[in-house]
Design a protein around this ligand. Structure first.
Ligand code: PLP
Length: 374
């Protein structure tokens, strides 16, 4: 089908852009020997897992459902980390995952023996207590009192006997200089233990596919750690895999006037782009400007009853009218995986834009998808 025929609202993943990102990531893996995993938390569009699996080493998960999806749909290396596992799920996790990462020595003592019994590689998440970001406090695992990872103070070298890997995840949308600084702190604190490991996982938050990212600095970091400690380095980016590789196509339903104009769309910030409210940020919109930049400024908002369901203020070359289509950019990551049916909002369809310009619908949703969760 043609782009104009897509039903709205609809997420559309751009295959040529996705492939562009995957080529960049595969280049890093090929040149350094590191392994790169898809962090499914950011992007779980499993119809594309066979394609992603052609470029990456496998998946990482935050729990049983993601682990099962990765095993069923990609079927390559399957890692898992969770702040706390459930006893009734742990046997299934051991069946699905090659690498199992624990958040504390208490979890290691509780579940480690079962994982080792099944021949799984066991790791520990550490918290180097070194923040390299201020912008996104809710995405900072090194914030004071963080529950994510073992601090040096709580580290138990006496329990490391069967631990093969260390894992850290402290970055969010950052360049490689922040990784470099983090590694220096980690080596200072945990260096003696790194020598005893088989692998080190650098987590996610590496904005590798962003224009201007310093890939050569990242590769230097990977080589340094691999050579100094004789370990396998893993990266598990989420964002970088589908960064700027998808759209959310929406239609203007109505214009409300109250001082300023507000266009009510058939998509909702609260339901379909929750990071816009959570982070918060103003998503890029095709053929638009900053408020006041072009001749017609308009607020874009969702059709829910939440007063704050506002996407942002934009300007256009013409007055918006009901029936018109708008295209939000960079809507592949942290969108589909986070959407919800609050207020009975319909979930956006899921489609791909093929390299030849054709669109293909993967999935559409309706009333049953709202009802089944209640
Ligand atoms: C969220 C997360 C990732 C992926 O982070 P991005 O910012 O999407 O690259 C990787 N590892 C862990 C443990 C995470 O929590």
């Amino acid at each position: 089908m043609r782009w104009e025929q897509l039903p709205t609202p609809c997420y559309v993943v751009d295959i040529s852009r996705l492939k562009g990102n995957l080529e960049i990531l595969k280049g890093v893996a090929d040149r350094t020997g590191c392994e790169i995993l898809l962090a499914q938390k950011a992007f779980s569009m499993y119809s594309l897992y066979p394609l992603i699996g052609e470029y990456l080493s496998g998946c990482t998960s935050s729990g049983l459902c993601e682990a099962r999806l990765g095993a069923e749909e990609m079927g390559k290396e399957n890692h898992i980390y969770s702040p706390a596992y459930r006893a009734e799920e742990f046997p299934a996790i051991c069946g699905l995952c090659s690498h199992i990462i624990f958040n504390s020595f208490a979890q290691l003592e509780k579940y480690g023996p079962a994982a080792i019994e099944r021949g799984r590689s066991v790791g520990l998440r550490i918290n180097p207590q070194y923040s390299t970001q201020e912008a996104h406090a809710i995405y900072d695992p090194c914030a004071t009192g963080s529950r994510l990872g073992v601090t040096l103070e709580n580290f138990r070298p006496d329990l490391l006997e069967n631990v093969e890997g260390l894992h850290f995840h402290t970055l969010c949308e950052q360049d490689a200089y922040d990784l470099d600084a983090t590694l220096e702190v980690i080596e200072e604190a945990f260096g003696p233990y790194m020598e005893r490991m088989k692998w080190i996982n650098f987590g996610g938050g590496h904005h590798i596919t962003r224009p201007g990212y310093h890939i050569e600095v990242l590769e230097k970091c990977i080589r340094r750690i691999q050579n100094r400690y004789q370990v396998q380095v893993y990266l598990e980016p989420g964002e970088a895999i589908a960064l700027d590789a998808g759209y959310l196509v929406t239609e203007v339903l109505e214009i409300v006037k109250n001082g300023t104009d507000t266009a009510i769309l058939d998509t909702s910030a609260a339901c379909h782009m929750p990071d816009v409210l959570e982070m918060p940020y103003r998503p890029p919109l095709r053929e638009s400007g900053e408020p006041g930049e072009k001749s017609y400024t308009c607020r874009l908002a969702g059709p829910t009853c939440l007063a704050g369901d506002i996407i942002g203020d934009y300007s256009f070359d013409h007055r918006l009218a009901p029936g018109e289509r708008l295209v939000f950019e960079d809507m592949a990551i942290y969108s589909m995986v986070k959407n919800n049916t609050f207020n009975g909002m319909r979930l956006p369809g899921i489609a791909v834009l093929e390299e030849d310009g054709e669109c293909r619908i993967i999935k559409e949703f309706g009333y049953e998808d709202f009802k089944m969760r209640l």
